[in-house]
Design a protein around this ligand. Structure first.
Ligand SMILES: Nc1ncnc2c1ncn2[C@@H]1O[C@H](COP(=O)(O)OP(=O)(O)OP(=O)(O)O)[C@@H](O)[C@H]1O
Ligand SMILES: [Mg+2]
Length: 511
């Protein structure tokens, strides 16, 4: 930020020298014009207008306006203004589908598209420039005498990715960008290589050494969102907000489980979705599970959501908030019975829906949303006493995953290893979430190669940023970086105790 300030102060030197020269010239004219007050006032006015139009003043005025409107600091607003003003040049420097017109004429660039990048490394012959003396003179006056333009303003660029929309947030700026070069796609602009190139030139342009660029693409969208972040809103853990059990929660809507990287809330769609949560040990899978259950607590209390838990670590994970669960299985035998029972309940509900002619289930106290939460789902495979039992358990899970959606059955399964051998039903999940993973291969397995190329670099999440991850919606293919709320044992216990208490009060009321 400091160097961004010093960078924006530099043009003032030229401005001051120019002002002094003009002051001397104008005073001389004023003296020879009989020292009229009106002429003097006219010159002062001329200076004020010229200063307002001059280069150093323009970005500053723009930055002050952005800073006041968006509530960010002036230095951050200056960095934003730098990005806007230097956009074409910055992208040309990054070689991301941008070409300078003189390079094109010189035949330096035959194709701007090589997976979205300009080909580098060819030698150039500068073109014979067909220059117009008058145009050059006007440019000279504008740049040297008045300071109203820069030489770089006269350079023409083509094939520069276009900004479709820009929004300034507390933490940075989001640009929705669409490709302009022939053959370039939004995925090219969201690839890790493009991001690395643009990020380093954005750092140079803005002078913000700590600036981070992230991309969000979706397979269906023709544009990509580039988020230039001055300060990562996910760097600091956010405790789960107090739960108000009286509040009515719609279980069919996304449940806020943490912060979105833009600083807003991140909601996880549970209803109608089967979610696979993959993350290395200690990556914070527990915080995703508890954030979700605490978010649903009012609906659990109202009986509109029923949670069924499988924790084959002997209850290490779920005992803290066991009262939020309708039933929990801590051993393999219990897990098998729980899944069999859930499958029966699913069949009954499907039969009921056929009878009543309903095609879509609506959660209610009579027919609640049944949420199955499995921690360390791979243990359903490797703890099986024999292959026959393992196959039976798999079959129950498969049935729930493949037919549960319309009947109001959802699943959240957490595991460490994204390989298919760990969970044969992996492909039946419609939502993918990856927290920190060990290797890029793991990230590709968990999220899909395209998602990692599009910026979901789960293997790059720092160990100190537990609960941070990437979520992908399989329907929209949208990738979102988020951090789950940090749920202390006391917070979980407190809410679970309150839910039990209100269940008991409810039971008393019935008598
Ligand atoms: N969202 C979060 N913010 C801050 N700290 C967190 C967050 N989530 C988890 N942690 C911390 O990280 C540690 C590990 O978290 P957690 O037990 O949830 O990981 P896990 O992925 O479930 O690990 P395992 O696979 O070993 O069960 C905990 O000590 C917790 O305090
Ligand atoms: Mg855990």
């Amino acid at each position: 930020m400091i160097s961004s300030l010093s960078r924006s102060l530099l043009p003032w030197c030229g401005f001051v020298v120019r002002s002094l020269v003009w002051a001397v010239v104008l005073v001389a004219i004023w003296g020879s014009a009989g020292q009229s007050v009106f002429t003097g006032l006219f010159f002062v006015l001329l200076f004020v207008v010229s200063a307002a139009l001059s280069l150093p003043m323009r970005p500053l005025l723009w930055a002050i306006w952005v800073s006041r409107r968006s509530g960010i600091s002036v230095s951050q607003a200056l960095a934003y203004v730098c990005l806007r003003r230097e956009w074409d040049r910055m992208l040309w420097r990054s070689s991301v589908g941008a070409v300078r017109e003189d390079e094109r004429q010189a035949g330096l660039v035959e194709s701007v598209v090589l997976r979205g990048y300009r080909q580098d490394g060819e030698t150039v012959q500068r073109p014979d420039e067909d220059r117009d003396v008058l145009v050059d003179f006007v440019r000279l006056v504008l740049v040297v005498a008045t300071g109203w333009a820069r030489w770089s303003d006269f350079v023409r660029y083509s094939d520069v990715p276009r900004i479709v929309r820009a929004s300034v947030t507390k933490h940075g700026v989001d640009f929705t960008v669409s490709p302009a070069a022939k053959g370039q796609t939004a995925a090219d602009l969201g690839s890790s290589e493009a991001i690395a190139r643009v990020e380093s030139s954005a750092r140079l342009v803005t002078g913000c050494g700590g600036l981070v660029l992230r991309a969000s693409t979706s397979r269906t969208s023709a544009s990509v969102v580039w988020s230039f972040v001055w300060a990562d809103p996910l760097a600091v853990a956010v405790p789960v907000p107090p739960v108000d059990l009286e509040r009515s929660v719609d279980p069919t809507a996304p449940v806020p489980i943490g912060l979105h990287e833009s600083g807003g809330l991140y909601g996880l769609q549970v209803y109608g979705k089967m979610t696979l949560l993959v993350g290395g040990t200690g990556s914070g899978k527990g915080s995703v599970i508890w954030s979700l259950l605490l978010g649903l607590a009012p609906a659990i209390r109202a009986g509109v959501v029923r949670v069924h838990g499988i924790d084959l670590k002997g209850g290490v994970e779920f005992t803290t908030g066991v009262d939020l669960f309708h039933q929990v299985a801590y051993t393999y035998a219990e897990a098998k019975d729980l899944l069999a029972g859930l499958e029966d309940a699913l069949e009954q509900r499907l039969a009921h829906m056929v009878e009543s002619g309903s095609r879509k289930h609506v959660p209610s106290a009579d027919h609640p949303l049944e949420l199955l939460v499995v921690d360390e789902a791979a243990s359903l495979t490797y703890l099986a006493p024999d292959t026959a039992t393992s196959k039976k358990v798999d079959a129950h899970l498969k049935r729930i995953l493949s037919t549960g959606r319309a009947a109001g059955f959802s699943v959240l399964a957490a595991m460490q290893d994204p390989r298919k051998e760990s969970l044969s039903t992996r492909d039946l999940f419609s939502n993918q979430i990856a927290l920190r993973l060990r290797t890029e291969d793991d990230a590709r397995l968990a999220l899909g190669a395209w998602a990692v190329d599009a910026g979901a670099q789960a293997h790059m999440i720092p160990e100190t940023q537990q609960g941070t991850g990437y979520g992908i919606d399989s329907e929209t293919s949208e990738i979102v970086r988020f951090r789950a709320f940090w749920c202390s044992d006391d917070a979980v216990r407190g809410v679970a105790a309150e839910v039990t208490l209100s269940f008991m009060e409810g039971a008393d009321d019935e008598f």
